[in-house]
Design a protein. Sequence first.
Lengths: 48, 593
Amino acid sequence: MALGFWGVGLPLSVFGILFCETRAQRVTVIALAAVFLAVGALIGRAKR
Amino acid sequence: MKLAVVDWLFIGWYFVLSIAIGLTYSKRAGKSISEYFLSGRSLPWWLLGTSMVATSFSSDTPLAVTGIVVKDGVAGNWLWWNFMLGGALTVLFFAHLWRRAEVVTEVEFIAIRYSGRPARFLRGFKALYLGVPVSCITFGWVTLAMVRIIQTVFGTSGIAALAICLGLTIFYTTLSGLWGVVATDMLLFAVAMAGSIILSVVSVEKAGGIGALVDAVKAAGAANGKDYLSVIPPLGQALPLAFFVALFVQWWAVYYPGAEPGGGGWSAQRMLAAKDPRHAVKGTLWFTVANYVIRPWPWILTALAAIVVFPGLTGAAPGETEAAYPRMIAFVPKGIAGIIIASLFAAFMSTIESIVNLSGSFLLNDFYRPFIKKDASEKHYVAVSRVLVLVIAVLGAAFSYVLGSVKMGWQLVMELSAGIGLVLLLRWYWWRVNAWSEIAALSASAGTAITLKLVPDNPVVRGLGRALERAGFAVDAWGVGILLIVAVTTVAWVTATFLTKPDDEAKLLAFYRKVRPGGAWGPIAKLNGRSYKLQAAPFAGWALAVVMIFFLLFGLGRIIFMDWGRGAAYLAAGGLAAFGLSRIIARMDWEGR
């Protein structure tokens, strides 16, 4: 499950940098990517 | 709309991740029925609550909210926000009781609560009714909605992608049971929410930013004589009956999938799968907050932006207003559009997987096992469950292919059970309710609904409508119909209850000892030698939960529309209520010992 969140979060952060056309879009996509990565980390820690 | 290669790559990668997560659990799910349908009763609150909200977030939900907002403004959402009152009731009064009951399905409750042949009939009937027609209609409804979204975005070329998505979802759901469903639901809900948030940001920008959006929506409202931004319906001189019914009747009377009075269907399945009663309560609370506070605003923002971006939308037909949501995807830049499409697939998959797993549980646990093959091995039952899940999926897919529109059928299913909520609530707290009470409620509700369909304009409806008008309501046919169905159903089941014998004392005593419900169990409590009391704390908790959700929901809205002062005040009030509620939940003895 944690890998799933990281698997979405990583491309999301790259796409946010590469493809977003405005600052608001970039901030939103990168913030969401950060949430995915953080939730993945939390799940990984809970499982351990 | 044509997606770029990078968009398709993201969608394909998202499918790989979802299926890999689902398949991880296939071995564990194959051990027993409890593992396959209830994840071994080991789910923590955050997992079961997220799975509930993921299931209720279907691909057609954002479209429906868009249609509502374009037609009636933000306040139109009271059509479904009212279910929050019932949701909070389930958190405080029923979630822990479901977990204590330790049944496998909602339908098995009948076997531990009622006795005799009426109970056997009711269990078999409900297993088949909920397991086949209701599941197939729900499956068909969700799939058809997804087909329309795909056609709006891609034309007919997207249907192959949808068929692949459906096939893969059924594949991992069949193998991995509820374990696979709840594990993938975590990711699916996150992806679905991310997509709707990104789309709302792009939509607001397209409308000129939040300030320009508010001004333009106010101007559009002034032209139509509406306030699209108000969260309270225009009460004016006459109170709309639909609003009255939604606020005071619908949430406890109508059996709506995902918002069943007292819990039921897939929400009860997840309460039953909780680690313990406390986790069932906390998980259901998280679902209620996520469902009513977190989900709606991105959809509402996209809908309001659509009013500005597509002039004339407010006067369009319902199908066109709902299609405004997927039409907004055209404004999303390449590379990001794939995320939005994946989010729609995620919403679709999370609902489909839960429907087929739930219907399989009804058919196996409440029909096949008690009536066809008793005392077989767990391996046999798991194998049959997998076949049943597959059969339901094929039936549901065929149903969506055959029907041009399931809206009428879906509405009929809703109306057939529109008055049964009260008996579903009281069966936990009043010893006298028996199988005949439920049978009478189901028959009366269905009979009245069918009569109203066949003869909508009859003297009773006209008389009730006139009386309500005299009482100061702005009357509509739907509201009158619901009130009539609820009144007839309530009279029918209360009468049936008193005209028939109570259930066997031994059955009632076993239920009372196992579930420890409190309430009106006088003679059974006396037999037990110990009475379980209904405490005051859940009533206070219910009031606090309602206050919390209202203030957080509206506070978030105020903040989004940059009304900082009121937004902060609302959020602070919601936070205070949340603190009070958390104290109550922490102190209550949810085991009831």
